[in-house]
Design a protein around this ligand. Structure first.
Ligand SMILES: Nc1ncnc2c1ncn2[C@@H]1O[C@H](COP(=O)(O)OP(=O)(O)OP(=O)(O)O)[C@@H](O)[C@H]1O
Ligand SMILES: [Mg+2]
Length: 306
């Protein structure tokens, strides 16, 4: 069991509304409406907890609507390292229609002041010795610059933590400069961050990134370490929802790496955990026997060309 901190700087309340058909501009009646605490670091935390790790969740949380997060933190037994900021944590609304169409409306989060950013850094300096690794995942809230984000990652690294990064765009570009221990972009995020450079992977290794885990949806995962690379092909599964697939893959990779599993087993299990996420509306490890079946359907092989 490892002690892991996950940081979600811009968490969200996912609000899923199901209805037969959305009529724009009309009064619509929903069949069900579900709210749950989300955000990439919070999702990773839940899968890590399923895998038996001791997890602390942190980042910034709006102080006006903490109920769903407080309930999740209590239910999962997480330690709480969130800095409360004025305002409401944003809501991401998903309108799911009977024909499978999903409309997303993502709200902006609260403005995060420099004072709150300093408070988080101070808290991390105090807490760092208690952790084996830190996951920093998701987008940046309003008020947080890519430069500050890079500084945060560099500080975490200087504090001796293994830093795993999963973000996109400007935040990814800036974060990579801090040379995190592990990154998990998908193919598009990596191409966008490094401008389709043919030597993208070696650039990352030169920046000090030891583990480059590039996910590519149903096509699987490439994992590049200096001097070694593996590819995993997931089993064919019926997709219920891909929400949390990337977060599950990241949690699975951390699990194997921090447990000292051999690389092939680490990637195989992580790929099965991600496949399990897509077979359900939510994500997480609900059924060990199903996970074992999925593991037996993963193909891991050595990548020769780099
Ligand atoms: N249809 C699928 N069948 C099996 N496995 C899948 C499927 N889609 C995704 N996965 C698994 O989940 C992993 C992560 O998916 P993906 O590359 O889409 O991540 P992502 O783009 O980061 O997603 P997220 O929206 O969660 O951030 C893939 O590498 C793969 O192992
Ligand atoms: Mg992702």
């Amino acid at each position: 069991m490892a002690r892991i901190l996950t940081l979600t700087l811009n968490p969200a309340l996912d609000l899923t509304i199901r209805l037969a058909r959305l009529e724009a501009g009309e009064v619509n009646r929903s069949e069900t409406m579900l709210t749950h605490a989300a955000g990439k670091g919070v999702n990773v935390a839940q899968v890590l907890a399923d895998l038996g790790h001791q997890v602390t969740v942190g980042g910034f949380l709006g102080e006006d609507n903490p109920q769903a997060f407080d309930a999740l933190i209590a239910r999962r037994g997480f330690a709480d390292a969130f800095i409360r900021v004025p305002g409401e944590t944003r809501s991401n609304i998903k309108i799911a229609e009977q024909d499978g169409r999903v409309t997303d409306i993502n709200a902006p989060g609260p403005q995060v002041s420099e004072q709150a950013q300093r408070a988080l850094l101070e808290k991390l300096v105090q807490m760092a010795p208690g952790f084996d690794a830190v996951v920093v995942a998701g987008s940046l809230p309003r008020g947080v610059s890519p430069q500050w984000f890079q500084h945060l990652l560099a500080q975490l690294k200087n504090l001796g933590l293994k830093v795993a990064l999963d973000t996109s765009g400007e935040a990814l570009r800036a974060g990579l400069q801090a040379g995190p221990w592990l990154v998990k972009p998908n193919t598009e995020e990596l191409a966008e961050a490094l401008g389709n450079a043919p030597d993208a992977i070696s650039q990352l290794h030169r920046l000090g990134v030891e583990h480059v885990v590039v996910s590519d949806g149903a096509a699987g995962v490439n994992w590049y370490r200096p001097g070694a690379a593996l590819h995993a092909t997931p089993p064919k599964v019926t997709v219920a929802s891909t929400v949390g697939a990337g977060d599950s893959l990241l949690a699975g990779m951390l699990h194997g790496l921090l447990s000292g599993d051999i690389p092939e087993q680490t990637l195989l299990r992580a790929t099965a955990i991600a496949a399990m996420a897509v077979t359900q509306i939510g994500f997480g490890i609900s059924d060990d026997a199903q996970l074992a079946r999925l593991e037996s359907g993963v193909d891991v092989r050595t990548l020769t060309e780099q």
